[in-house]
Design a protein around this ligand. Structure first.
Ligand SMILES: NC(=O)c1ccc[n+]([C@@H]2O[C@H](COP(=O)([O-])OP(=O)(O)OC[C@H]3O[C@@H](n4cnc5c(N)ncnc54)[C@H](O)[C@@H]3O)[C@@H](O)[C@H]2O)c1
Length: 437
């Protein structure tokens, strides 16, 4: 199969490299010439474990190319994926589909022969219909089928997720398109990843329903954590106790500072817009969005409480800035509102993140970026773990205590055991667990 991947961001680059690894001939297209140039020189525009090796081996094998020339890549392809961004539209939270529609117009102009055009971007129900309309409006003579194929990969484990998905969802009722999609994903099918064929609108809704459900699960356990703190229970044990029930499942039941990232916040908002437009209110998702929004700044109050309200003029050290470990993605990271709220309280913030500091500079101001966890902790009155990078799981408490102004640890990811931290003489605050000092 010859594949054109339009948009070489997290999803486009990972999907393109994986399709090439399956043996397809892939051209990744992006309008960002700088990105394409650095990819051509073997430099990855994002941090994703294993990606650089996967890209370079497939480039060497001649199966993966990068270009800014969309027309050529599309004209040669059997399958054209749209993997451009669909951020929240400023003002109303609806998905901004301008990149998708623009790509559809450019693709239409370049189509040659029967081609499947696939939306891999997360798009609201009915977007496939509009993409199809745009394509036929631009090129009434063309032969194409528009398919919805939402992507479920997680940043930080993207290659593993793409190659071993729980399922592949393909929305089309066109028989030729179905054949081409089966061929594209055949290596996975052989690995027994189920392919779920549905109609296009159903496929589009599956993606939003999945993300809204996961966001709900996280938010649910976060509220249970708040209750656990009030009643003297341990949310970790509660999560284990309910997660062992197969009907519930253990995943996405880790209490923390609230979800962030490039998907859940914008996708829940976009789903709410769709529900309002169709007069089918989603009250649960509305509550999830509101609760999660309030939670991030509330985490700064937790820090303040651990310092008995004495935050003004104090130095606070923040460990972990990205929205989760193993990525450099800072989009909607909880660290951003937490840092801003601490600064609003008068704190001076020092921060360290293994991969995200360059990105973070665009999102937070007046932060001192440090070289490692201990440099970050120097002179701090509190150390706050916001993102659970592996290297923060075995901190040297004796060393921390030496460099810190006061031994206070606020662990927003519950990566330590309260007794263990207390034994080192730290004041320890975590999420939804009894306090130990
Ligand atoms: N990031 C994730 O973990 C994830 C997971 C599942 C689904 N998604 C969805 O996938 C889509 C892409 O997300 P992302 O995080 O990869 O976005 P991204 O912002 O990292 O990348 C999008 C890329 O598309 C390029 N682009 C935009 N318009 C273009 C055009 N007309 N021609 C060529 N290139 C163009 C941009 O320059 C950019 O490099 C979104 O809809 C997102 O919701 C993302």
């Amino acid at each position: 199969m010859r594949v054109a991947m339009i948009g070489t961001g997290y999803v486009g680059l990972v999907s393109g490299a994986c399709f090439a690894d399956f043996g397809h001939e892939v051209t990744c297209v992006d309008r960002d010439a700088g990105k394409i140039e650095s990819l051509a020189q073997g430099q990855m525009p994002i941090y994703e474990p294993g990606l650089a090796d996967l890209v370079s081996s497939n480039v060497r094998a001649g199966r993966l190319k990068f270009t800014t020339e969309l027309a050529r890549a599309v004209s040669e392809a059997n399958a054209v994926f749209i993997a451009v961004g669909t951020p929240s539209r400023r003002g109303d939270g609806h998905a901004d589909l301008s990149f998708v529609y623009e790509a559809a117009r450019e693709i239409a102009a370049a189509l040659e022969g029967f081609t499947v055009v696939i939306t891999k971007s997360t798009v609201p129900v009915g977007t496939g219909d509009e993409v199809e309309r745009i394509i036929y409006e631009t090129r009434p003579d063309c032969e194409c089928a528009v398919v919805a194929n939402p992507e479920f990969l997680r940043e930080g484990a993207a290659i593993q997720d793409f190659k071993h998905p729980d399922r592949i969802v393909v929305g089309t009722t066109n028989a030729r398109a179905r054949e081409i999609m089966s061929e594209l994903y055949r290596p996975l099918y052989l690995n027994r990843s189920p392919i779920l064929f549905t109609d296009r609108r159903t496929a589009e809704l599956i993606k939003y329903a999945a993300n809204a459900f996961l966001a709900t699960k996280i938010t649910f356990i976060n509220e249970i954590a708040d209750l656990a703190e009030k009643v003297g229970a341990d949310v970790q044990e509660v999560a284990r106790g309910i997660g062992l029930d197969n009907r519930i499942g253990a995943k996405f039941l880790h209490a923390g500072p609230g979800y962030g990232g490039s998907c859940f916040p914008k996708d829940t908002l976009a789903l709410l817009k769709t529900s309002q437009d169709h007069e089918a209110p989603l009250r649960i998702v509305e509550a999830v969005v509101a609760v999660n929004d309030a939670r991030k700044r509330a985490m700064a109050r937790k820090v303040s409480a651990a310092l008995r309200g004495e935050v003004r003029g104090k130095t606070i050290a923040v460990l972990g800035l990205t929205f989760k470990p193993n990525t450099d993605d800072m989009r909607e990271a909880p660290s951003i509102p937490i840092i801003t709220a601490l600064q609003d309280m008068g704190a001076k913030v020092r921060a360290y993140d293994p991969e995200g500091m360059q990105q973070a500079r665009q999102f937070v101001a007046d932060v001192t970026f440090c070289n490692d966890a201990y440099d970050c902790a120097a002179g701090a009155s509190a150390l706050v773990i916001v993102t659970e990078w592996e290297q923060f799981r075995a901190l040297d408490f004796a060393r921390l205590k030496q460099v810190m102004q006061r031994p206070v640890l606020i662990d927003l990811r519950n990566i330590y055991r309260p007794e263990e931290v207390a034994r080192h003489g730290f004041v320890y605050e975590s999420v939804g667990r009894p306090r130990k000092a």
